[in-house]
Design a protein around this ligand. Structure first.
Ligand code: GLN
Length: 300
């Protein structure tokens, strides 16, 4: 069978499944079965024959995909913010909407060089590792799941990110004296109702990364009620949320006394995340006369 035939047949089977992007998935699966990158596959002559070993591998991958296993788990890796992350059962697959959270974190970090950043519930590590590689900051990534911690460590090593990886339970709250300039989290946020009728692919992802309790807000309550105490003055709490949770999450942020509470949107214009700041700046805390000095130097 030629590459062209294999790819067409594969796309047909995937279209009938149905999957959302059959052509793209066909290319990805064929490349994976041949042990090549999609880019290299594109450069190969269409009439080239698929070796028997690769054809066997392809049949296996296709049947797993048709049973509903996510493409990303079959490939074992997925791109996020321009880097490739190792993924697999036990960690949430990095989603494009989470890039909006990273964008927001990066713009905050630009004004806070050397910031201490905590990624709570890090999964594959895609948020915290991206921040460590893109910004001037010290990042700690935390998760309760050992599988997630192992995956984060592997990704940190593969990407050359110098970070700390620790086992923590978000629901247990911070330890005495912890201070973070930025706490960022993509917590589990699906409601009990949503958990009860998951799309087939989602049933392969770890429930503990998806299940946000009865109303999907369990982890936001813990974040605002417990973790804001671990923010440095002027520090930011930044979370992803579901596209129907914008108002509820912003209300929780405000009720906790956070300032400048802002909902932000993903590339498709859906509300996707919330951020808020703890009052005060480090300078003000160190020098209570700071504001007065400003007033006397710049009288209005
Ligand atoms: N974005 C995921 C989904 O709905 C949920 C991830 C999460 O709960 N943090 O598919």
């Amino acid at each position: 069978m030629t590459l062209l035939c294999a790819r067409r047949e594969l796309a047909e089977r995937l279209r009938a499944a149905p999957v959302d992007a059959p052509e793209r998935e066909a290319r990805e699966l064929l490349a994976a079965a041949m042990g090549l990158s999609v880019q290299t596959l594109r450069l190969m002559p269409a009439e080239e024959t698929v070796p028997e070993e690769a054809a066997k591998q392809l049949r296996e991958l296709l049947s797993r995909r048709l049973r509903g296993e996510p493409l990303q788990y079959l490939l074992g890796e997925w791109d996020f913010f321009g880097r490739t992350f190792s993924v697999g059962p036990g960690v949430l697959i990095p989603r494009p909407e989470t890039e909006a959270v990273v964008e927001r974190a990066l713009s905050f970090l630009q004004g806070h060089p050397g910031a201490a950043v905590l990624d709570l519930g890090c999964g594959s590590g895609c948020i915290g590792l991206t921040l460590a590689l893109e910004a001037d900051c010290r990042v700690t990534l935390a998760d309760l799941s050992e599988q997630a911690l192992a995956r984060t460590r592997a990704n940190a090593a593969a990407l050359g990110a110098d970070v700390e990886v620790v086992r923590r339970d978000l629901l247990q709250g911070p330890e005495e004296g912890e201070r973070w300039t930025l706490i960022v989290s993509n917590p589990p946020y699906l409601t009990a109702e949503e958990m009860a009728c998951l799309q087939k692919e989602l049933t392969y992802e770890p429930p503990m990364a998806l299940d946000g309790g009865a109303d999907g807000l369990l982890f936001y309550r813990a974040l605002v009620e417990q973790w804001t105490a671990a923010l440095a003055p002027g520090g930011m709490l930044l979370c992803e949320h579901g596209d129907r949770q914008g108002e509820a999450v912003a209300a929780l942020f405000r009720a906790a006394g956070l300032r400048d509470v802002t909902t932000f949107f993903d590339l498709e214009g859906r509300p996707r995340g919330c951020c808020g700041r703890l009052q005060g700046s480090p300078q003000q805390r160190r020098n209570p006369l700071f504001c007065i000095e400003i007033e006397t130097r710049f009288p209005v």
